[in-house]
Design a protein around this ligand. Structure first.
Ligand code: PLP
Length: 486
């Protein structure tokens, strides 16, 4: 159940205004239906009505019958869905549904008719045409023109070189580490707050991941903490451009140079993100991307690695294809993998790339919208936006202030009741069973904080104005409600 049941909205007419207030606070719908004997609908009362009563000096002990609205829209429960939907608007957000006797039996509201997903892909460009081309020509595996084209065009977009398209963003990381022969006995520094794929890829190589805290301003690797954790075994640093914001690349590259370390950027979440005017993914010795269905551009499943160095690139090409010699077919010089991207994935990717500027722009606009409505509530710390970076805003994520009037999880529940999916920030890696025994000198206060209070909002590039209005209204109602009852 994602919206409250009808019984959570019903209030007997003998109740007082304060009972209505308590019910509305609980159901988070901003409304209750006043009933008489036999559940007959007598009136409605909204949070706005209650606010007006309070401002007029009406006491909370007044009977709801005295203040309820008696003119309202109600429909027979047998009304077709499309008719009900056509009656819902931002003025009429809830419609009671009544039986033949006038008894209320259900209700309709925007969130019951529709759920705004946290993310969905937009595939209405040339995706289908290019995919059909693969099927018609039979080029459905990893041979075929789209793979090369996708590699070339995405590398051009990012201003990077030596691209290797692979089957997902996790193997992109593993392939990058393997190409540099990272192995057991080596240590790789990785942030505590990231998706598990970052650390898993390190573990696949046999190397030891060393978890390091993030900083409070960018939610990416803390440079001070990296230095604290460098040992004689450290071989690489893996900055993750979390939620689209770039890591401190100059400082990280300087540390890497000083200690002779590799840098592998995990840019899975940062398509379109920039550091000092240049796209992320062009700084480290290697950089990886993901094109999973929820990413800024998608290939369904898919990933890419960029290399700075031709030798590592050539090794990665061999490793991607079972370690098979390029000169002598079916001769294996190395233990490789099958990490190839299919022509069909790349075909979708080429179509997505044609619209990448439009998608990145849409993410920025969405972020500006959220910045505004979240700032109005006064309850959030907005996502990182350093002057030297352009946030790619893959998934708009803010931090609920510790002083906020409700908890992060209650907010998520209430948003869902209003038909809006949200997502908690990642869990700190160091707290989860597979990762908790690795060595570290970090105390993780920042990752603990962002993880506990972080919340992501729907960030699809094709989110509608109506959905945005609903999100704004829901946030407003949730926090206003809370002020009244606090
Ligand atoms: C930071 C980060 N790294 C790596 C990955 C792995 O990518 P994939 O899901 O394509 O394997 C993801 C997300 O999916 C991610 O968010």
């Amino acid at each position: 159940m994602h919206t409250p049941d009808i019984k959570d909205l019903l209030l007997p007419s003998a109740s007082k205004l304060k009972d209505a207030l308590a019910l509305i606070d609980k159901n988070a719908q901003g409304i209750c239906f006043i009933t008489t004997t036999g559940n007959k609908l007598a009136g409605i009362l909204t949070d706005g009505d209650i606010r007006r009563c309070i401002l007029n000096g009406t006491t909370l002990d007044v009977s709801v019958e005295k203040v309820m609205q008696t003119k309202f829209t109600a429909l027979p429960v047998t009304t077709p869905q499309d008719v009900i939907q056509s009656k819902l608007s931002h003025e009429i957000r809830h419609i009671p549904l009544v039986d033949e006797q006038g008894a209320i039996v259900d209700y309709a509201c925007f969130s019951r008719m529709h759920r705004t997903p946290i993310m969905q892909p937009l595939l209405n460009g040339n995706e289908l045409a290019y995919l059909s081309d693969c099927i018609k020509t039979g080029w459905i595996s990893s041979q075929g023109a789209y793979v090369k084209r996708f590699e070339k065009e995405f590398a051009e977009y990012c201003g990077a070189q030596y691209p290797v398209a692979v089957s997902n963003g996790t193997v992109a990381l593993h392939l990058a580490l393997a190409a540099f022969d990272i192995k057991a006995g080596d240590e790789v520094i990785v942030p505590d707050l990231t998706f598990a794929a970052s650390i898993n890829a390190i573990i696949y190589t046999g190397a030891t991941p060393v978890l390091v805290d993030i900083d409070r301003t960018t939610w990416t690797l803390s440079v001070v903490d990296i230095e604290k954790n460098i040992t004689s075994r450290t071989k690489a640093i893996m900055p993750v451009h979390l939620y689209g914001h770039a890591s401190h690349m100059d400082e990280i590259m300087a540390l890497a140079k000083k200690h002779n370390l590799l840098v592998i950027e995990d840019a899975a979440e940062a398509i379109g993100g920039k550091y000092k005017g240049k796209h992320v993914g062009g700084f480290g010795d290697a950089a990886t991307f993901s094109f999973f269905g929820n990413k800024t551009i998608t290939t369904g499943e898919g990933g890419m690695v960029f290399f700075k160095d031709k030798k590592a690139y050539e090794k990665a090409i061999v490793l991607r294809d079972h370690g098979m010699s390029k000169e002598k077919k079916y001769w294996h010089d190395l233990v490789g993998f099958n990490y190839r991207m299919t022509n069909m994935q790349a075909a979708i990717g080429c179509a997505q790339l044609e619209r990448i500027d439009e998608f990145v722009e849409a993410k920025k606009k969405l972020a500006a919208f959220y910045d505004k409505i979240l700032a109005e509530t006064g309850q959030f710390i907005l996502p990182p936006q350093e002057s030297w970076a352009v946030n790619g805003y893959w998934l708009y994520t803010a931090v609920l202030k510790e002083s906020a009037t409700i908890s992060r999880d209650t907010l998520m529940e209430k948003m869902l009741k209003n038909g809006v999916e949200t997502r908690p920030a990642f869990y700190p890696l160091h707290q989860m069973p597979p990762y908790k025994n690795y060595p570290t000198k970090s105390t993780f206060q920042n990752s603990l904080y962002v993880s506990a209070q972080g919340i992501s909002f729907p960030s699809s590039v094709n989110i509608t104005q109506e959905e945005l209005d609903n999100i704004a209204h829901a946030l407003h109602a949730i926090f206003q409600n809370h002020h009244i009852s606090a």
